[in-house]
Ligand binder design. Structure first.
Ligand SMILES: *[C@@H]1O[C@H](CO)[C@@H](O)[C@H](O)[C@H]1NC(C)=O
Ligand SMILES: *[C@@H]1O[C@H](CO)[C@@H](O)[C@H](O)[C@H]1NC(C)=O
Ligand SMILES: *[C@@H]1O[C@H](CO)[C@@H](O)[C@H](O)[C@H]1NC(C)=O
Length: 202
């Protein structure tokens, strides 16, 4: 085999490896089309590899289509949380946890992070839910909440998400009943309509 063929083989095998392990690109940008306008997010896999890989896979599967921002805490400014699909079969499909990542960048305003349960003051068991940090929430760093990206435009639009319901929406009812539960009880919530990948570097 000559040098060219060995190189080609290596490239092909690397590509297969990426597809099988479902790695995300090294960096990529996505646009959230929301009911309050567009929000662009930059993701760097080095910030949080498992988080970046899972987010990329979820975006490609259309998971975030028509997701409500169901936990929007603005007084004082804290987070806008989302990531329960209105389609319960998608929630079941992706109810598989990813391991923790180290915290590389801090939970400052505009960063985006997987939500998690907390066990012994440590984040645990990430699946699909995310939050955008509205303020400097770097106190979350020591609990292992690892941001995987940053809002690079449209942060002002996120501040316009409806926040009047606070912690009221019941997450398990969103899981089981989808958006009809939200539309009946929390009609003013803001929505993530769709997510589009606009650039990527492998
Ligand atoms: C991605 O993050 C790594 C680790 O923080 C950093 O060294 C690198 O410069 C970042 N890349 C970009 C394009 O921001
Ligand atoms: C997700 O899976 C875990 C265990 O695998 C289960 O305990 C939990 O109830 C599931 N969550 C939902 C919302 O179905
Ligand atoms: C947010 O900022 C962008 C760019 O500066 C601007 O075009 C847009 O109108 C602003 N949106 C709101 C709701 O203020």
């Amino acid at each position: 085999m000559n040098k060219f063929n060995i190189t080609s083989l290596f490239i092909i095998l690397s590509f297969i490896g990426i597809v099988i392990s479902q790695q995300s690109p090294q960096t990529y940008n996505v646009v959230f089309s929301t009911s309050k306008g567009d929000v662009e997010i930059f993701v760097n896999r080095s910030y949080s590899p498992y988080g970046s890989d899972r987010f990329y896979a979820l975006v490609q599967d259309g998971f975030y289509t028509d997701n409500a921002f169901f936990r929007v805490i603005q007084t004082p400014l804290f987070v806008a949380q989302f990531g329960i699909s209105p389609d319960s079969s998608l929630n079941d499909k992706w109810n598989i946890t990813i391991p923790n990542d180290p915290v590389v960048i801090s939970n400052t305003a505009g960063t985006i992070t997987f939500a998690a349960e907390e066990e012994n003051n440590q984040a645990c068991c990430r699946t699909t839910q995310l939050f955008i940090n509205y303020a400097d929430n770097s106190f979350l760093d020591s609990a292992g909440f690892s941001p995987f990206g940053k809002v690079i435009s449209g942060f002002n639009n996120t501040l316009n998400f409806y926040g009047g319901y606070g912690e009221e929406p019941d997450q398990s009812l969103i899981y089981s009943e989808g958006n009809s539960y939200l539309q009946q009880n929390f009609p003013l919530l803001s929505y993530l309509n769709s997510v589009k990948i606009i650039s990527e570097k492998w």
